[in-house]
Design a protein around this ligand. Sequence first.
Ligand code: HEM
Length: 352
Amino acid sequence: MTPRGTDWGLALLVSLLFGTGVLTWFSGDEDNRWVLAAHAAGGGALAILLGWKLRRVGRRLLHPRSWDRRTRAGLAALAFVALTLLSGWIWSTFGRVDLGGYTLLAWHTLLGALLTVAVGVHLGFRAKRLRIRDVAGRRQLFEAAAIGLGGVIAWRVQRPLSAALGLPGADRRFTGSYEADSFAGNAFPTTSWVADDPKPLDSRAYRLAVDGEVTSPLSLAFEELDGNDELVATLDCTGGFYSEQHWRGVNIGKLIDRAEAGAGARHVRVVSVTGYRWSFSLDDAREMLLATRVADEALSHGHGAPVRLVAPGRRGFQWVKWVTRLELRGDGDPGAFPSTILSSFSAAGRGA
Ligand code: HEM
């Protein structure tokens, strides 16, 4: 493999890992296992290719007197990649590790994002154009296939090896999350995607609006939502824990029928008192629950009281807390993702 081909290969793998890393946020369902598999195999391939590169430049690194600015920048980049890889492997092998109040997985996400930005900037300034001989030829093909295969093997052996050695990684969910307080009511961890921290809502004054593309807009009191519809569903937080729970409340499909969805309604926006929102297709939303209870306990404030969304197969940040509005719409919601960050800076999100 040529030096140029190796460097482009490294950049390509970092982009793949960033892409699949971000996709893990949208992979709560078993159908999405491939995302995590691609991420793990990509990590293995990156480590092998990095070893390949080190074999070439390693001798220079052993003689600090010959270092120039480029060597130092290269060493910083190497440290960055190594930390990102290590944080991923430590998490997926040794279980839940916390550092400075955040999970190692959260640090891993930050490192991965910074690494991707650094690689992008580096490419912008220094990228050398690929030549035909960097990519064509049997030798390049075999070497690339060997690296890919190495990555796949690393992914395949990681879990069985952890099980054989009795390491916690063998028990993690396919998303990389570890189990916490399943079927134990409000005991499971209370986390916020960014920093939403509203003041508690009084269930006696609470109203839920169901409006938008509907024939009969609704304004419902808490008692009308505190029903007997049930779901057993797993809340899987991108911070790295999952908790399976018995949820109770009201099925959203019933509310949609009561409000009589208009002919143009295609999506449902689920909106929090903080302005945080997420949007689902009408069909998906019909299967979801607005929960008032978990394992027969009234929801605690930290878990979104009086009413939170239960969205099976979706990652935790889409399970909107402190829900005050369902809005039926014809269009999807490109503003949903920004809202999940901006809500933490809104007056209600800050507890006003
Ligand atoms: C761009 C550089 C990145 C690299 C080099 C990298 C590498 C790795 C590696 C080697 C693992 C261990 C895989 C395993 O053994 O199963 C891992 C795990 C993980 N990474 Fe990344 N990653 C990167 C970015 C990200 C980003 C940006 C996210 C999230 C947005 C992310 C999310 C995860 C998750 C959820 C796991 C746990 C998966 C599991 O336990 O099976 N990664 N990563």
